[in-house]
Ligand binder design. Sequence first.
Ligand code: AMP
Ligand code: MG
Length: 319
Amino acid sequence: MDFVTLVSLEELTTDFNYLNWLKQGGIIGLPTETVYGLAAMASQPAGIEKIYAIKKRPHYNPLIIHYPCLEEVHKDAVFSSWALQLAKTFWPGPLTLLLPKKENSSICPQAHSFLPSIAARIPDHPIARGLLEKTGPLAAPSANLSGCLSPTSPEHVLHFFRGQFPVLDGGPCKVGLESTIIDACQAPLRILRPGTLTLEKILEQLPGIPLEAAFSSQGQVVTPGSMLSHYAPQKPIRCDVQTLEEGEGLIAFGPPLAQAEVFIQLSWARDLDQAAHNFFAALHAMDKMKTCKKIAVMPIPDQGIGIAINDRLKRACYK
Ligand code: AMP
Ligand code: MG
């Protein structure tokens, strides 16, 4: 296998000794419904080290552990009753739960930066689930260089890492933004990173859950790794733009600004789900476009899923 082209799950599992590859510290590009991940065996320090090295990710920034099913998570982590309700209601799906780690867990401490907790998620993607069922827990951060735009298509992964490891082809990611992270180690539970699973959606399903927003844009404590500068394109970028400047290409949300000569649309109908789905792909495309030197983004309403989009935008613009 040359790793230059994309592979299907069937090709990976029939034409390639993927289990040996993973056990010996190899990594695999993995589609999930949120963004593409860089997956390594969660119990193998060599694979975890490979992830940190290839992404140039600081070691203090712990990785999310992906599981095939709830029974597997129970082997590694302790659930409070609210944590279990969240898991049963929203998994598989774009939710990561921070849970106390069990002492006899086989997850290697390097994967969670030696913290007493692990971040667990069951992805809702047939290829991710298919691989996880064969391998068991995989540590998988986004398949990009640390600080850069997240990958929401297999081509984005090849852009960063072509030829270095097998990349599974799952097409474009359905959700397109990283998971909502909830700290479920204590009460009240806290949303540490906003995502498309919003506080409102959670309260609708689980009224009475003691849950509060505690991400940095709310001016509160954040988790390791939630740096202010993140998700940044190569070109200079401005958000909340009402008037375009010379040389700027526009990321539009609804009817574009009158002066826009070059624009990419997040959602003509101003639909926030659609905007989240298109967000990183639009930034990748604008970053590559030869006809503009800078990127300007129209205002996105700071409500519902817009909160998660604005969280990423603020970090993309942070200098
Ligand atoms: P990602 O960069 O999408 O892989 O998200 C990983 C983020 O989850 C990290 O940057 C942390 O903010 C959070 N996280 C993961 N594992 C832990 C952990 N054990 N304790 C605290 N936060 C964690
Ligand atoms: Mg990431």
